[in-house]
Design a binder for this molecule. Structure first.
Ligand SMILES: [Zn+2]
Ligand SMILES: [Zn+2]
Ligand SMILES: [Zn+2]
Ligand SMILES: [Zn+2]
Length: 497
């Protein structure tokens, strides 16, 4: 494992937090760690307890009678050394389900149980890294989740599983720790996503503009990297929310699922640091836009920057919900490439008079469109007319304008969009030169610009593991980058135009 550049500190007001133990460059590894425990997420249909692929519950483990794919998955060490032993010894049987695609409440106990067993197996790591994690039991006691866990986890483990050595309080705390601190991972087998507990990663405070990013590898080890250069002792932040969402939605999610109200610089600023991800257009005047009068107050009024128009935050939220629903519909319907693109362009036009051009939902549409133009059948980059090449460039540039603020530096999406940007830039330059619109010098300058974008994309994407789509793109783009930098200019000049 690489050197650990994490410094854990404590402060009475915010609890534990982490800083950089030395100056770091963008993309440097801050630390790597193995999960303390991992397993199925809450609210899932049954899955193989060895590999997490969906199962029809027809094959059961010969030792514990819980669902697995086959004899091989039953031997998976995480299953065999954990719940398998407990279920086999106690005789806690899996109740077969009529519909194996339904949510399976019996699975709720698996991951908490694995955490409890990891606590016994690795007392030292539990004491130093996990016992101090936030569980927010006081707040959770008044929420429906408490009774849910009482029924499905606490009583199941202490009843049928005969694990009375774990107190009710401890089991609730473990459920809370998992709820508040888990990270989602995708097992290598391609099954359901699962939740993993990474004690160091969880120490990083949340900020709606993070300065770190992380990658979870196939073996579930996590690597945390800086996304921007950091000075020694600077605090490290990760983002627990989807950063593109507007403040009203992001903060509500954080309060609901992580039990805190974010008051970072971005949340405090009515324009979200000038990105206007939450901003709407005023319906009562031509040039005004609506922003919150008090961004940290969910109930505060929104007002126009130009006229006297005011509206309630709930009205703004309803607009977000309407477009989010339409976005989900478009995403859920698998369509022909032409339809997939047209459906998104239509939605984009439909909300143009409602949303600020840089609004989050426009940004999400742009993210899909920027990756569809140039890739989908019938829209392959070499075949795109200039008009669509320019559309792709415009989409990428507008996305980057926002990402440069909310996901600055070496972040995955920025890397992807920089990558998407280079090809249309080159093709447009080539066509302009071919049609004698630009000179040789201008061609050279435009090619350099495209090479710069690709160079940054390659740097970012190559930080991702080889077997991921991003990692592969980055590595495959290296020779193309060399060609653009070294011989492309001459190739275009010498080509039979
Ligand atoms: Zn399996
Ligand atoms: Zn078993
Ligand atoms: Zn925030
Ligand atoms: Zn107005």
């Amino acid at each position: 494992m690489p050197e650990n550049c994490l410094q854990v500190l404590k402060n009475d007001k915010v609890g534990r937090y982490a800083t950089a133990s030395k100056d770091l460059q963008a993309g440097d590894v801050v630390f790597e760690e193995e999960p303390f425990a991992y397993g199925p997420k809450s609210g899932h249909p049954p899955m193989c307890l060895g590999c997490y692929l969906p199962v029809d519950c027809s094959y059961l483990c010969s030792k514990c009678s819980w669902p697995v794919c086959n004899a091989q998955c039953q031997e998976n060490a995480t299953h065999a050394n954990n719940e398998c032993k407990v279920f086999a010894e106690s005789g806690a049987k899996f109740q077969t389900m009529a519909d194996p695609t339904d949510i399976c409440l019996q699975f709720e106990c698996i991951t908490p149980l694995r955490v409890l067993l990891a606590m016994e197996a690795n007392k030292q790591r539990w004491d130093s890294e996990v016992a101090c994690m936030q569980s927010h039991c006081e707040i959770r006691k008044s929420k429906p989740i408490w009774a849910f866990n009482q029924n499905n986890v606490v009583e199941y483990l202490r009843g049928p599983c005969k694990l009375t050595r774990f107190s009710e309080e401890l089991i609730h705390r473990v459920c809370g720790i998992l709820d508040v601190n888990s990270f989602e991972a995708h097992p290598s087998t391609g099954g359901y996503s699962i939740r993993c507990l990474y004690p160091n990663l969880a120490i990083l405070s949340h900020n709606c503009v993070a300065n770190t990013t992380h990658t979870i590898f196939q073996d579930l080890k996590v690597q945390c990297r800086t996304s921007v250069p950091l000075k020694k002792d600077q605090e490290l932040y990760s983002s627990y929310a989807y950063t593109i969402l507007p403040t009203l939605v992001r903060r509500a999610y954080l309060e609901e699922s992580k039990y805190f109200l974010c008051d970072c610089l971005r949340c405090k600023d009515a324009t979200e640091l000038g990105t206007h991800l939450g901003t709407l257009k005023c319906s009562k005047c031509d040039n005004g836009v609506l922003i919150s009068t008090e961004p940290l107050n969910f109930e505060a009024e929104w007002k126009c920057t130009h006229c006297d128009f005011r509206t309630k935050a709930t009205a703004v939220r309803r607009v977000y919900e309407a477009i989010q629903m339409e976005l989900d519909n478009v995403d859920a319907n698998v369509e022909e490439p032409a339809e997939a693109i047209e459906a998104r362009e239509t939605l984009y036009r439909k909300y143009r008079s409602v949303m600020h051009p840089r609004n989050a939902y426009h940004t999400m549409l742009r993210l899909s469109l920027a990756q569809m133009y140039g890739k989908l059948d019938g829209y392959i980059i070499e075949d795109l007319p200039d008009l669509l090449l320019e559309r792709k460039v415009e989409l990428c540039m507008q996305i980057l304008e926002n990402l440069d603020v909310i996901e600055p530096g070496y972040t995955r999406t920025r890397g992807l969009i920089l990558y998407e940007l280079h090809a249309p830039l080159i093709l447009i330059a080539k066509n302009l030169y071919k049609n004698a619109v630009i000179t040789k010098e201008e061609l050279k300058r435009k090619l350099n610009e495209a090479a710069e974008k690709l160079e940054e994309a390659v740097k970012i994407l190559c930080l991702e593991p080889e077997y991921t789509q991003e990692g592969m793109l980055g590595r495959n783009a290296k020779p193309a980058l060399e060609r653009i930098k070294e011989s492309f200019f001459d190739e275009i000049l010498n080509a039979d135009l």
